[in-house]
Write a protein that binds this ligand. Structure first.
Ligand code: 8X3
Length: 258
């Protein structure tokens, strides 16, 4: 049963990867889209393509979720247009660097904390009061298995995803008695621009992360997000942890030779 047709879905970081795949998956089910990313051209093109293909409304906005005032302005604008979302997908996130803690670049840390934690907080804090007032809504975080298991050189990235884990639980607690739900979809190895960004554009090093294995795709993760979003209102999934079959733990990955 499709409960998503006509719903309005706000997706951050929607220009590529899991965010763009979520936009496609929700559009296929007839949901209206509020897509945002720092790269307006890409998100604008995606919104136009999906609106034409599926007969839905799709709006695109340039938004840096780390800019607290810009986030509030964006949500105020949605309210003024009568376009507050039924579903918020907090997808914008990134890893920067994979270095020993005592050698890591503090600028990388700032970027991860600002995007993965503060960005998610700003978006949620701006939109949740409207959901509570309507007694309806669903916030879905894109977490990670990195928020379940720490791995060597993961430290601050792990810490940001452990923060997402804590926030899913904490936000749910504070929403008891309302019909507003908070969920997290937590993927393992997923081949997107993730590793290229993590390694500051080093495509060769990024490829090695997925070498000899069949990783998840953005579409695989989007399937799970849509599943979570489509559950009936009395069902509250806190965490959906998923990995490629070749992976059984952050540190356990089967790789074929050659
Ligand atoms: C992405 C998954 O654990 O490979 O968040 O960094 S991981």
């Amino acid at each position: 049963m499709n409960r998503l047709a006509g719903k309005r879905v706000c997706i951050t970081g929607a220009s590529a990867g899991i965010g763009a795949a979520c936009a496609r998956a929700f559009a296929e089910r007839g949901a209206h889209l509020l897509l945002s990313a720092r790269r307006i051209e890409r998100v604008q093109a995606l919104a136009e393509e999906l609106a034409a293909a599926h007969g839905i409304e799709a709006d695109a906005a340039a938004l840096d979720v780390t800019d607290r005032e810009a986030v509030q302005r964006y949500v105020n604008g949605l309210e003024a247009e009568g376009k507050l979302p039924d579903i918020l997908v907090n997808n914008a996130g990134k890893a920067r660097g994979l270095d020993l803690f005592h050698e890591a670049d503090i600028d990388d840390w700032e970027e991860m904390i600002d995007t993965n934690v503060k960005g998610l907080l700003y978006m949620s804090r701006a939109i949740l009061p409207h959901m509570v007032a309507r007694d309806s809504g669903h916030v879905i975080h894109i977490g990670s298995i990195a928020g379940r298991w720490v791995y060597p050189k993961g430290h601050v990235y792990n810490a940001t995803k452990f923060a997402v884990y804590a926030l899913t639980e904490g936000m749910n607690m504070d929403l008891v008695g309302t019909k507003v739900r908070v969920s997290s979809v937590d993927p393992g190895l997923t081949e997107t621009e993730f590793s290229v960004v993590r390694f500051h554009g080093d495509e060769e090093r990024a490829k090695q992360v997925y070498a000899g294995t069949r990783p998840l795709t953005g579409e695989d993760v989007a399937d799970a997000v849509v599943y979570v979003a489509n559950t009936p209102e009395h069902v509250d999934i806190l965490q959906l942890v998923m990995m490629p079959t070749a992976q059984r733990h952050a540190m356990i990955v089967h790789r074929e030779e050659g």
